[in-house]
Design a protein around this ligand. Structure first.
Ligand code: FES
Length: 119
């Protein structure tokens, strides 16, 4: 059964892109506010162990329906690892550039104004 770890008061995660960290028995996890929802990702890059969740947030490029035009979603749900620039989707945990890789994600719960991650 998953154990809960208190991360922060909700007041610390009010704005889009706000983030808070917790040490969950030796695994550092960050919780982000992405479009008003909380998403938790391990602060560990699967490339070479960099502090993934300390990176900048960005939008995402995609391919238009016609297969020719690029699209850009400016919702900042992609984090860029500060060590070598690998990019991960904070909602799914998946690498944006290579589907073989993903960052671990965790469930988030809120109770009485406190945000928890479950691990
Ligand atoms: S450790 Fe994250 S990109 Fe290399």
């Amino acid at each position: 059964m998953a154990k809960r770890y208190a991360v922060a008061d909700e007041s610390a995660l009010v704005n889009e892109g706000d983030r808070a960290f917790v040490d969950a028995d030796g695994v550092e996890i960050a919780v982000f506010n992405i479009e008003g929802e909380y998403h938790a990702v391990a602060n560990y890059c699967v490339h070479q162990g960099g502090p993934l969740c300390e990176g900048e947030l960005r939008g995402q490029f995609g391919m238009g329906e016609d297969g020719w035009e690029w699209t850009y979603d400016d919702t900042e749900r992609t984090v860029v690892c500060p060590w070598h620039g690998w990019k991960f989707d904070l909602v799914t945990g998946k690498s944006v550039t290579d589907e073989r890789y993903a960052a671990p994600t965790y469930d988030v719960e809120v109770e009485d104004g406190t945000v928890y991650v479950c691990r």
